[in-house]
Write a protein that binds this ligand. Structure first.
Ligand SMILES: [Zn+2]
Ligand SMILES: [Zn+2]
Length: 156
């Protein structure tokens, strides 16, 4: 029984993280924290950018949840694991597959991954705080399936 409950908590956390990431990207990062997020919409100098601090915040939340979850044998462990796994998947998709912060040459052919890449490229076509779109990271609406012309690169 516990395993079902824990799996549910983990899955719910993972899904909620995408909702939270979308919400904070749209209303906070492109809002009051634009001064931080701006670094992700302009050319990067070096490997790190100020915007990375946002990912660090999630780690700061997840670490005590995992630590005390283990110590107290509490279900908050699975919230912590959900946040952490989301962070890893986010990094793989957003930072490696889309932005190629780790150089890989592989071109993904899966329709869903192509849709995600297109949606995020459209997000990055806007270099300003306002009037952007496609704020999700692991979810992209169906309309981004074939809307982009070939050869558009990420401007940052
Ligand atoms: Zn943005
Ligand atoms: Zn991006």
């Amino acid at each position: 029984m516990m395993i079902i409950l824990n799996t549910l908590i983990f899955t719910a956390t993972f899904i909620l993280m995408e909702v939270l990431a979308w919400f904070s990207h749209k209303y906070i990062l492109h809002g009051v924290l634009w001064s931080v997020h701006k670094s992700h919409h302009s050319p990067r100098h070096g490997w790190f950018e100020l915007n990375d601090v946002v990912s660090l915040l999630y780690g700061i939340v997840a670490a005590p949840l995992i630590y005390y979850g283990v110590q107290l044998e509490h279900w908050m462990l699975w919230v912590g694991i959900g946040i952490t796994v989301y962070g890893v998947v986010y990094f793989i998709f957003h930072d490696i597959i889309i932005h190629r912060r780790i150089k890989i040459k592989y071109r993904f052919q899966h329709p869903y991954i192509k849709r995600l890449i297109r949606a995020h490229k459209i997000h990055h076509k806007h270099q300003e705080k306002e009037d952007s779109e496609a704020f999700g990271f692991l979810y992209a609406a169906k309309k981004y399936e074939q809307t982009m012309k070939r050869g558009v690169t990420i401007e940052r």
